[in-house]
Design a protein around this ligand. Structure first.
Ligand code: GDP
Length: 613
């Protein structure tokens, strides 16, 4: 069969075969799967009215449209589906309990505290943590590990409740976005002196969307201007009707600051759980759950607080958490005490992972380290591909300044690497002394001696950090990974210079920077050979404008074959011109470059100073 021509291009069609593509795939991914030239797909889409580049990630509809045009049955696979299939290939499944009803045991509810800023979420979490019976029994001071469990007595029984200790619904949303439904009950904190505010409504909507029952904590009742009745009235309008008005939502008046009625709140949580949820899990299986919080600890390496959802997690277990894996070397509870095992709804800080997993990612115990590593590696490769597809924008000092100008409160994360520990410390000390006001803060998330490694770069990518190399260089694939992940590495050999530049960035006084701006493209349609002036390209300007004094590059099948060239001449008809716009033909000659072919694209660009406000 004759290959069909689409917009003048010949593209081989399929026979209705199924092509599976990851969500967010690019035209290049598609082209690879079906064995065609990515540039032809770009052109094809162009003719269908969409302008995308070959490596840009495109939406499901576009992938399907392309499939239809080319006669392939495109199936877009979500990351969740992909992960499910990955686990299946190891005969594993995440998310459901093994066995039957008889294997299930009651587990404590997991609670997230949400609400408007300043209404007392942090204070309430602190108050509950400090007042909790379990801590007193243990006699220790509780530590912040991202989650904790408290005990309370309800109807003569000791009942436990697990609180996710990462205030704000950001954590809640992040976990939900990753498909990890960790929360059983949401406590909505509303300050009695302030009433329902925008984020109260937002939090409420999140909880409703997740189908999570809500307990309302009317906080700050110690204040004279507190009006708890008003809060009840306001929330009724949003469908949260207090029990005392005949509804089914429990409202509890508390004061996190004065420690009023915290027991009442705990009881309301237990009663709400009993009334509307059936919280049970199988404690006798390989543990599964989610990561609540994780970071890189200076002395202990990657540290992750996980919440066990089913099964029992034990020291010595091999586990995979997102793209990290390892054997549980030790586990700590919220009092900093070592524990040997953690049963359902128990948060535990896990030591022994190879990398830092993301909040909301799932973890599961597997048979041995080898399997854990294989799953982790596959996930990592996939995450990397997805990141690449997003063509993540570079987080640079310049970006940082820009978002500062937009008035956001900013934190600049840095990773410091130096040749000797003295220089790293000196650098860190001097950085700590930079004072540029409240809107910006500087945080050193990691430091170390020696070359900049791939691990440094991965951490920087995960936490939007910039790497400062002091008398050190990248090692192995670090540069490559930094380019791919969009991580900025800045090198210095004089401390004050490093300090000066970072301070300047923080204060918004960096020297002018230039960025490349594409002006336009022209396609070479004909080539005239002239012994006097060389090869003349007869072009059609397909987009933008070609300027006589702009820099140009030559593209062939989407690849740059020559860069940073000048034009020796630009003509329309017989006249020398300064520019030619889209839709017009022109003749041009590249200075000192003769190797042009029919179909090549000449791209004109300019370096422009990035304006600073
Ligand atoms: P968040 O932004 O929701 O985490 O709010 P915070 O827990 O940081 O509390 C904001 C402010 O309200 C802090 O100054 C607290 O001390 C204060 N606060 C919190 N709970 C109470 C309370 O029960 N009574 C009074 N009077 N102040 C409170």
């Amino acid at each position: 069969m004759e290959a069909p021509t689409i917009g003048g291009m010949r593209v081989r069609k399929g026979n209705g075969e199924t092509v599976r593509l990851a969500r967010g795939a690019s035209l290049t991914d598609f082209a690879e799967k079906v064995g065609v030239d990515p540039a032809s797909l770009v052109q094809m889409l162009f003719h269908l009215g969409e302008m995308v580049t070959a490596t840009e990630s495109v939406n499901d509809a576009t992938l399907e449209l392309l499939g239809e045009e080319l006669n392939y049955n495109v199936q877009v696979v979500s990351p969740e589906d992909e992960d499910r299939e990955l686990l299946e290939s190891f005969d594993l499944e995440f998310g459901s309990d093994e066995g039957d009803e008889a294997d299930l045991a009651v587990r404590p509810p997991v609670v997230t505290v949400m609400g408007h800023v300043d209404h007392g979420k942090t204070k309430l979490l602190d108050a509950l943590r400090d007042a909790n019976v379990v801590a007193k029994e243990a006699g220790g001071i509780t530590q912040h590990i991202g989650a904790y469990q408290v005990a309370t007595e309800v109807d003569g029984d000791e009942r436990r409740i697990t609180f996710i200790d990462t205030p704000g619904h950001e954590a809640f949303t992040a976990m939900r976005a990753r498909g990890a439904q960790a929360t059983d009950i949401a406590v909505l904190v509303v300050a009695a002196n302030d009433g329902v505010m925008p984020q109260t409504v937002e939090a409420l909507n999140h909880a409703k969307a997740a189908g999570v029952p809500i307990v309302v904590a009317v906080n700050k009742v110690d204040l004279p201007e507190a009006d708890p009745a008003k809060v009840r009235g306001q929330l009724t309008e949003y469908g949260l009707v207090p029990e005392e008005y005949g509804g089914d939502t429990m409202f509890v008046d508390v004061s996190a600051k004065a420690g009023i009625n915290l027991e009442g709140l705990l009881e309301a949580i237990v009663l709400t759980a009993d009334a509307s949820l059936d919280l049970r899990a199988n404690p006798d299986q390989d543990a599964q759950g989610i990561v609540v919080e994780a970071h890189l600890d200076r002395g202990r390496g990657p540290v992750a607080t996980v919440l066990v959802q089913r099964g029992t997690l034990r020291v010595g277990d091999s586990l995979v958490a997102g793209p990290a894996y390892g054997r549980v070397r030790a586990m700590l509870d919220e009092h900093g005490d070592n524990i040997d095992e953690a049963d359902p709804s128990r948060p535990a800080m896990v030591l022994g992972l190879t990398a830092v997993p993301g909040a909301g990612q799932n973890f599961l115990v597997v048979e041995d380290d080898r399997i854990a590593r294989q799953i982790a590696e596959k996930r990592e490769a996939r995450e990397r591909a997805a990141l690449q597809a997003q063509r993540r924008v570079r987080r640079t000092l310049e970006d940082f300044m820009k978002s500062m100008e937009e008035g956001e409160r900013q934190e600049l994360n840095l990773i410091l690497k130096g040749d000797v520990s003295g220089s790293v410390e000196a650098l860190e000390d001097s950085l700590a002394k930079i004072d540029v006001g409240d809107e910006v803060s500087l945080r050193v998330i990691d430091r170390g001696v020696g070359a900049i490694t791939e691990t440094n770069v991965m951490l920087a990518a995960a936490s939007d950090a910039i790497i400062i190399g002091f008398n050190v260089r990248p090692q192995g694939k670090a540069t490559e990974v930094a380019d791919r992940e969009g991580v900025e590495i800045r090198y210095y050999s004089v401390i004050y210079q490093a300090i000066e530049e970072i301070e300047a960035a923080l204060k918004g006084m960096l020297k002018p920077e230039y960025e490349e701006v594409t002006l336009g493209q022209a396609e070479i349609r004909e080539i005239f050979r002239s012994s006097r002036i060389g090869n003349i390209a007869g072009c059609m300007v397909t987009s933008g404008v070609i300027r006589r004094n702009a820099k140009v590059r030559l593209l062939r099948d989407g690849n740059v074959v020559a860069d940073n060239l000048d034009l020796a001449s630009l003509r329309r008809e017989r006249d020398d011109v300064t520019e030619v716009r889209e839709g017009f033909e022109c003749g041009l000659v590249l200075r000192n470059y003769q190797d042009i072919k029919h179909g090549d694209v000449v791209e004109a660009f300019e370096m422009r100073e990035i304006p600073r406000a």
